[in-house]
Write a protein that binds this ligand. Structure first.
Ligand code: ADP
Ligand code: MG
Length: 379
């Protein structure tokens, strides 16, 4: 269901009999390039998308946060004085965000809210980070806290890592907090510095969900992280972000071949991400597409986190005449690909690519044509 300011406001008013005091939104995201570089202190280049989690809210006099979820048709509630972790559930993302804000010394107050979103759940567009950043925005509004995007992103990440128990990097929360309409954000995952870079004119970004999910992601992810740490140790650098391809080649002889391939992906992907940002500053869609294509090959052959379905989707997209480039996006083993497409041919591209993918794999894909949106905001 598409959701927006008017809809969430109307649902709040139905429920409480007056207009909300605040409406907040925080977007999902797609990463254009820079995959598996975040935990190597490297660079990523995501954009916030025009799908978001929305909360309409009013303050309360006590320390209770009470939220009605339209999408789940249920109310979740907790006291800011007695935060207790329960088994998985959507309210845990709000509770975890309140927990990490309080741990950081912020004084919070209670509120009643109505929550809804149109970021598809578990599709790799990071609905969880959108929910955390919407929760942070709501808590910041009611608690009269200053909105520091990088600070709030770190607290959202902490909620996801330590409260929800998902080991994610900083990218998802930071792009949801700090995105800029019409731009992607070059993020330095070491310094957390961000720089908006414009999407090339006349292009659109299309997310292609393979409709496949894989359960092995966690163990493969942990193995990749270990291999990256090992490579950094052998290269005598703090993180792979500090290594160069030349240095890697000099040390190749003493490395396990799999560790060598993992390091080659990360080092080259960091270079590609910086080159992609350059290409975007010049408005060069062809070069950006070429780099996306190289990124996919590297993720497939060196990092080995692609899948048959992702490879099939990327092939179906890449052969289309209006496609500048396509790659898997996200952790891998299933989930989504992202394609950069000539804007005027977007409808053709979507129709042809979806049909080709379905013929090739038997899976029916979900497709999201995305605009680059602003980060979390109070409306
Ligand atoms: P994703 O890849 O979308 O981040 P996750 O499994 O990390 O997938 O997060 C999805 C979870 O986030 C959902 O199961 C739900 O608990 C919560 N969530 C996301 N969007 C909403 C929403 N609109 N309303 C309630 N909960 C949501
Ligand atoms: Mg998530």
């Amino acid at each position: 269901m598409p959701i927006g300011q008017a809809e969430i406001s109307a649902r709040f008013t139905d429920r409480f009999g007056h207009f909300p005091n605040w409406i907040v939104r925080a977007p999902g995201r797609v990463n254009l390039i820079g995959e598996h570089t975040d935990y190597n202190d490297g660079f990523v280049l995501p954009m916030a998308i025009d799908r978001a989690v929305w909360i309409a809210l009013r303050p309360r006099d006590d320390r209770i946060v009470s939220v009605y979820s339209i999408d789940y048709d249920e109310t979740g509630e907790f006291s800011l004085d007695a935060l207790q972790r329960q088994q998985a559930g959507w309210i845990e993302y709000l509770k975890g965000t309140a927990w990490s804000l309080q741990e950081a010394g912020h004084r919070l107050t209670g509120w009643d809210g109505v929550l809804a979103g149109d970021v598809p759940l578990g599709a790799g567009l990071s609905s969880s980070a959108a929910l955390e950043m919407a929760a942070a925005r709501a808590l910041a509004a009611t608690g009269e806290l200053p909105w520091e995007p990088a600070e709030m992103a770190k607290l959202g990440q902490r909620a996801e890592n330590q409260w929800v128990g998902v080991n994610c990097g900083i990218m998802d929360q930071l792009i949801s907090a700090a995105g800029r309409a019409g731009n992607a954000l070059l993020i330095d995952c070491r310094s957390l510095q961000t720089e908006p870079v414009p999407l090339p004119r006349g292009t659109s970004v299309v997310v292609l969900d393979t409709s496949t999910r894989r359960g092995l992601v966690d163990s493969a992810y942990n193995e990749r992280r270990r291999q990256c740490e090992e490579a950094a140790r052998l290269l005598d650098v703090h993180a792979l972000r500090d290594a160069t391809i030349e240095r890697l080649e000099r040390s190749a002889g003493k490395m396990d071949p799999a560790v060598l391939r993992r390091a080659r992906h990360v080092i080259a992907e960091n270079d590609r991400t910086l080159l992609a940002a350059d290409a975007m500053r010049r408005g060069d869609a062809v070069e950006l597409g070429r780099l996306m294509h190289q990124s996919h090959r590297s993720l497939r052959d060196d990092y080995e986190v692609s899948s048959d379905a992702l490879n099939a989707m990327v092939e179906c997209a890449s052969v289309h005449r209006s496609c500048f480039g396509a790659r898997m996006t996200g952790a891998g083993f299933g989930g989504c690909a992202v394609a950069l497409v000539r804007a005027e041919a977007t409808d053709d591209f979507v129709r042809d690519t979806a049909a080709a993918y379905q013929r090739k794999t038997g899976h029916s894909p979900a497709v999201y044509v995305c605009q680059a949106a602003d980060g979390a905001e109070v409306m």
